[in-house]
Write a protein that binds this ligand. Sequence first.
Ligand SMILES: [Zn+2]
Length: 249
Amino acid sequence: MAFELLEVHGIIYKRQKYQEADLLAKLLTRELGPVTVILKGALRPKSKLASVALPFTEGTFTILTKRRGISQFRTYKDLVQHDELFGDLLASAYASFIFDLLDHAAVEYQPVGKYYQLVMTAFHRMLAGDDLEMLSQIVQLQLLEAYGVKPELSCCLVCGKVQGTFDYSISLGGVVCSDHFARVQRMHLAPKTVALLRTLGLVPIDRLGSIQIDDQLKEQSRQAIDLIYQETVDLNLRTKKFLDELKTL
Ligand SMILES: [Zn+2]
């Protein structure tokens, strides 16, 4: 396949020094999903690419690509940098985690569709100071589908009931109402926790108002989501481990 010059929109979410002064970066793009690019000489003093090499730089990028492997970074325009993240280790860790989570569900050079908007909106709301933990829980729940696990959250898996008291069943892959509690394997979550999971999993992130959830409930939904991921997707993300460690400090 021949090289082509393509203009893509997106964000740099991971970077790594390569050889003397080059940088390998992961770009999440609207057009091609995740893409690995090499920025030659980006780490040299006075390099024109130095400003692009900062983490979480958004913009329009021109890449020379075969739509596989490593593409070459050429030019950029309309750069947006997020200085607000530089001093904020926790927010940066959350941002790295949500991009990493999408990265692992996606295939390079294949568009990620609606998940692009999901993660970018969550990222921008994190920058705006919205609740980091809640936003990351929304992303985690709504990305389960990208991992091939689409949990049923809108109604009871057994009878289709929409309202009532619910629990979550990992083996069935969704919520069940109290009519069947005796007969199914379930997580034994508090009904309040399940209600929160349903909301977070179903709400369109751009229509979400400000979220105020008490810490205890937030922690319970976090543990439930961790368990659902462990049992169904079994990822071992370094960004998640780092984030969990950071939260215990
Ligand atoms: Zn039911």
